[in-house]
Design a protein around this ligand. Structure first.
Ligand SMILES: [Zn+2]
Length: 454
């Protein structure tokens, strides 16, 4: 069996992965806040941890993967108000779009995808436990986490309490015992969603939802907690604090974080106007192209999004699909050892895994024996599946300007012209097809066609 190694942000070390229960490997990833389509930076953890999920399923018989949906947040309230629709209407709409996008990206549905607002009682239970354990206190309708009571607060972000004290210009709410204390529950303003609680009508802070949903579906302590690097502080630090305060245990043993994404070497930001929404990019490019790009840089590094990487991903996929299309049959059973799994077991080395696909592809192009070609193509398809690639059945045909029926009827006409020795007409048809980016290749079994890549 391959042994998986992952870089653990908690210990800052590459560690051998040893699950608490090998018969049920458990992973939690912080999902999106559903107020509008996520940007491509938010798509990175979706794809990276989908590959980790697929890998874990290759190695272990049972994997439980939870990715939540944050559907209570100030941004949601603001957006719903601007659009003059209810919060429920907005979040339902954004969740439906989000699922469409994850499908296009070939991201598998997690085992559970809980919504925060469906777990208010679970959050209130943990808040009560925290108060009982004196890790939280009630003040003016708020419930706050008492950060200084936790001696190892800052263990994930490697910050000291002194580093975290807000500057003198930041106004500290008067009801806080200490500026570092963070909100578990707060009163709702008018027109904001609110729930009854022992502390008055209000709504949860952000961090508590992940403690509530992870402990419900995965238990108080589980194997992997993952997400974007930007979530380390304060979100993940506070999740760790909450679980420790409520249950007295470490939330997760392995903390895995993906690096950020820049566009043309610049940080994506509203002020630069370079934010690329996932929705938009998926209207322009096949989801597998986007997926390929997101896997082409190692997950811990910053991924730089440029037109060049889009073109590289496109031509790489054209080459892979081109090789695959030379198979006359795909076999279910291929007795070759996976090199993709080996690459991924080494801290999710996706660039190496993609390189392995290319190596098989080079062999396919060189191979003359059709049976051996089929075998290699079957292997390629199997290897690519672990990365969630090569799932399309119409890769080349999808860009065609002519419909498949039109192409087939033109090909028939050309064959007929040739048999009548009307070579001028046959050439005209070939040129017409070529103008429409359809390339014909004559084989002993008749002509085959492909969409020419640019
Ligand atoms: Zn979270």
């Amino acid at each position: 069996m391959n042994s998986l190694h992952l870089y653990n942000s908690l210990t800052n070390k590459l560690e051998k992965f040893e699950p608490i229960d090998p018969n049920n490997v458990r992973m939690y990833v912080c999902g999106p806040t559903v107020y509008s389509s996520p940007h491509i930076g938010n798509a990175r953890p979706l794809v990276v941890f989908d590959v980790l999920f697929r890998l874990l399923r290759e190695i272990y018989s049972n994997v439980t993967y939870v990715r939540n949906l944050t559907d209570v947040d100030d941004k949601i309230n603001k957006r719903a108000f601007e659009r003059k629709i209810s919060i429920k209407e907005l979040t339902d709409e954004v969740i439906a779009e989000f699922h469409k996008s994850t499908n296009q990206l070939n991201v598998l549905p997690p085992t559970h995808e809980p919504r925060a607002t469906f777990h208010i009682n679970e959050m209130l239970d943990i808040i009560s436990l925290l108060i009982k354990n004196e890790f939280a206190y009630v003040a003016e309708g708020h419930v706050l986490f008492r950060v200084k009571k936790l001696s190892n607060y800052g263990q994930l972000s490697k910050r000291t309490v002194e580093d975290m004290i807000p500057g003198s210009r930041v106004e500290v709410a008067p009801y806080k015992e200490d500026p570092l204390d963070f909100v578990l529950w707060k009163p709702s303003r008018e027109n904001e969603p609110s729930w009854d609680s022992p502390f008055g009508k209000g709504r949860p802070g952000w961090h508590i939802e992940c403690s509530a949903m992870s402990s419900k579906y995965l238990g108080k302590q589980f194997d992997i907690h993952a997400g974007g690097q930007d979530l380390i502080f304060p979100h993940h630090e506070n999740e760790i604090a909450q679980n420790f305060g409520a249950f007295g245990s470490l939330m997760a043993n392995y903390w895995v974080h993906n690096g950020l994404l820049s566009v043309d070497n610049q940080k994506m930001s509203k002020s630069l106007g370079n934010i690329i929404s996932l929705d938009e990019i998926l209207q322009k490019y096949d989801g597998e192209i986007i997926r390929y790009i997101l896997l082409s840089t190692h997950y811990q590094k910053t991924l730089n999004w440029t037109d060049q990487v889009i073109n590289q991903a496109k031509s790489a996929l054209n080459r892979l699909y081109g090789a695959l299309s030379s198979a006359t049959e795909i076999y279910d059973d291929v007795d070759l050892e996976s090199k993709v799994v080996v690459a991924l077991c080494n801290n999710l080395n996706t660039p190496l895994a993609l390189h392995q696909l290319m190596e098989i592809t080079n062999e396919i192009y060189k191979e003359d024996n059709q049976i051996k070609k089929n075998k290699l193509c079957s292997f390629l398809k199997k290897e690519a599946k672990i990365l969630g690639l090569l799932s399309r059945t119409n890769w080349f045909k999808r860009d065609a300007k002519l419909s498949e029926d039109e192409i087939i009827s033109l090909l028939r006409e050309r064959t007929k012209a040739k048999s009548e020795k009307n070579f001028q007409k046959a050439d005209e048809i070939r040129n017409y097809l070529l103008k429409n980016k359809i390339k014909i290749e004559d084989t002993k079994d008749g002509p085959i066609w492909k969409v020419a890549s640019d």
